[in-house]
Ligand binder design. Sequence first.
Ligand code: UTP
Length: 309
Amino acid sequence: MADEQRSVTQVTKAIIPVAGLGTRFLPATKSTPKEMLPIVDKPAIQYVVEEAVSAGLDDVLMITGRNKRSIEDHFDRAYELEEALRVKADIDRLNSVRESSDLAQVHYVRQGEPRGLGHAVLCGAAHVGGEPFAVLLGDDLIGARETLLKRMIEVRQTYGGSVIALMEVEPEQVSLYGCAAIRPTDEPDVVTVTDLVEKPPVDQAPSRWAIIGRYICDPGIFDVLRKTPPGRGGEIQLTDALRELARRGPAEGGPVHGVLFRGQRYDTGNKVDYLRTVVEFACERPDLAEEFLPWLRDFLARHEAGSTR
Ligand code: UTP
């Protein structure tokens, strides 16, 4: 492939929508974005930006809204704090404060009102232009050891079109997700997506393969989103636009492929998963596990015995 052609198809930009209301996490999210809730000592959104950067995407566009200023502050320099730490020669903390502002080139666009994930992605059209781009949901974490996003970019390079990430869920959970009808390809972890349904009742779900918060979108999706009417919940759904692309040929922005993901994923916008995430991440941290794990074991033993109060 000629260099010019390759540069057209390469994925270099990521959109991270963070303009949602976070109603599942109220009242904590009344004035704090759910993407800023800490997973141990780092906000969830920083893990997501780190994942984008490690897949080679260091041009990040966040779609923000009201009450989201703390996200912008987090990825900006904090001169007074840095100076105070420098004077105290607290180098470790100084480095940890600088880490988030040095990570990537972060840009911001406002979504005005939260009219759905599809509408949020459409707000990034001018920044992205005519290139394929990644979408990472700001409250959805993928384990640091996973290479899902890199694999999705590879699949886009091979098959063109758009690529979604699919995870098999229990039947009773299907109605919480967008769900895919799929056809196998020659690669065991790649499928052709033939249809998509947003949050189907369990008896109408085409499979147990649920869409999780990572996407590689063909720029053709913007035209489709502009014409996509509000769907479920009165919101413009990204799933509805991808469903339209799944029916199209390569000349019109299609097709859609899915990468079957069997690794670690955490939905931090959901209370139980959030707790699970914090505990798992704490147990993996060498500086915390030594003290935290024995306490956790002891707590569980006392809980089983009914003596935790
Ligand atoms: P969610 O549906 O999980 O976010 O959207 P939400 O609406 O904030 O959550 P609940 O259901 O009220 O608790 C997935 C991602 O898309 C963003 C959210 O910020 C989240 O990161 N989003 C959603 C937008 O940016 N704009 C929207 O209009 C909707």
